[in-house]
Design a protein around this ligand. Structure first.
Ligand code: ADP
Length: 364
């Protein structure tokens, strides 16, 4: 069977088309700059139409009837979605409700979903949530130590993100280590523009670094990660900043970009550090310092780990950085393996869609 995966972001739509059960990739592509003034693609509806056009002209498929299922990435599933769901009217309403938790992402995901439901003959369309994998984190790990009423009233709590990537890496690690996932303790570090790290016990997420939003945790390309909130109040008062201005500084102007003053892209920061930039060197050192802190905490939390796995643009392409962390880990936990595993979130979405498809077929 053929499964199309749609990853509909705020200004881009990525797609991958797979054949199952072989899991082979038939086609992939991306529509970028949706809605930008010079772009001919004005909105997500036109973006999906363009993808359909590409699939029918570029791939070996003859008609849309050849697509048996569509898997959609949805960023926020709140507390409602603990696993992938077949999309129907109720699910759409619930995703809409979660938009207040992810105002930039969920509406873009929904725009893609709605147009795909109209455009594809198959009604087997599945929502796969970035947050779902972390719904197994215990209460003590997701409730923030602020007045409890804010959790009750506004659902302010840790959710965690990059769930499909952490889940994919855990499954791959089990194959590499030749052990069943339910006998493994793993730490997975997804280090891209956004960075998050997860402790996984027997295949279940038990702790993760991102929080209510993707701002918490590790230092990232443009996000600060963990910080004393009172330091921010201090800056806001001194500079007379509004909430929106402060939000932009912490999400878009901090991290590698903020400290180095050069770029959000680690490649440029490394180049500058080699060229003698002290602030570029400092940015890299802060990143590694914080990464080590989380790995140490999660090793203690799990008691031990069979492997610490690195993925994402940074995790997959900086073997020297990984090697230096590996030496540190091996000093204390000599049996812990350090693995670099390329992630494939779209393949994980396709696998989860396939599993639900098979389950539904059996149920009939
Ligand atoms: P996203 O989170 O947007 O998917 P990526 O996973 O592609 O991002 O990661 C982007 C980060 O990976 C950037 O900081 C970039 O510098 C880093 N990166 C990508 N390729 C390389 C490479 N070949 N060498 C070093 N760093 C790289």
């Amino acid at each position: 069977m053929n499964i199309l995966v749609i990853n509909s972001g705020s200004s881009s739509i990525k797609y991958k088309l797979f054949s199952f059960p072989k899991e082979s990739l038939i086609d992939k592509g991306e529509i970028e700059k949706i809605g930008e003034t010079k772009s001919k693609i004005k909105n997500h509806t036109q973006g999906i139409d363009e993808i359909i056009n590409k699939i029918l002209t570029k791939s070996s498929l003859n008609s849309l009837e050849d697509i048996d299922a569509v898997g959609h990435r949805v960023v926020h599933g709140g507390e409602k979605f603990k696993q992938p769901h077949l999309i129907n009217k109720t699910v759409i309403k619930q995703i809409q409700k979660c938009s207040e938790l992810a105002p930039l992402h969920n509406p873009a995901n929904l725009a893609g979903i709605k147009h795909c439901l109209k455009s594809f003959p198959t009604n087997f369309q599945v929502a796969v949530f970035d947050t779902a994998f972390h719904q197994t984190i215990p209460r003590s790990g997701y409730i923030y130590p602020i007045p409890y009423k804010y959790y009750k009233k506004y659902k302010v709590r840790k959710y965690g993100f990059h769930g499909t990537s952490h889940q994919f890496i855990a499954q791959k690690a089990a194959v590499i280590l030749k052990k069943p996932l339910d006998r493994l303790k793993l730490i997975t570090a997804h280090l891209g523009n956004g960075c998050s790290i997860t402790a996984i016990d027997k295949g279940r997420s038990v702790a993760t670094s991102m929080g209510f939003t993707p701002l918490e945790g590790l230092m990232m390309g443009t996000r600060c990660g963990d910080i004393d909130v009172a330091a921010i109040f201090n800056i806001m008062r001194k500079e007379g900043l509004t909430i929106d201005q402060t939000d932009k500084i912490l999400n878009k102007k901090s991290g590698f970009l903020g400290v180095s003053g050069i770029s959000n892209d680690l490649r440029s920061v490394v180049k500058a550090a080699k060229g003698g930039s002290q602030r570029a060197r400092l940015a890299i050192d802060i990143f590694i310092n914080r990464l080590k802190k989380y790995i140490g905490a999660y090793l203690f939390y799990l008691g031990r780990a069979d492997a610490v796995c690195f993925t994402g643009g940074i995790g997959e392409n900086n073997p020297d950085m990984v090697k230096s962390i590996e030496r540190k880990i091996k000093n204390i936990f000599p049996k812990t393996k350090v693995l670099i595993i390329p992630t494939d979130e779209e393949l994980m979405i396709a696998k989860l869609t396939y599993q639900l498809f098979i389950k539904n077929k059996r149920g009939k």
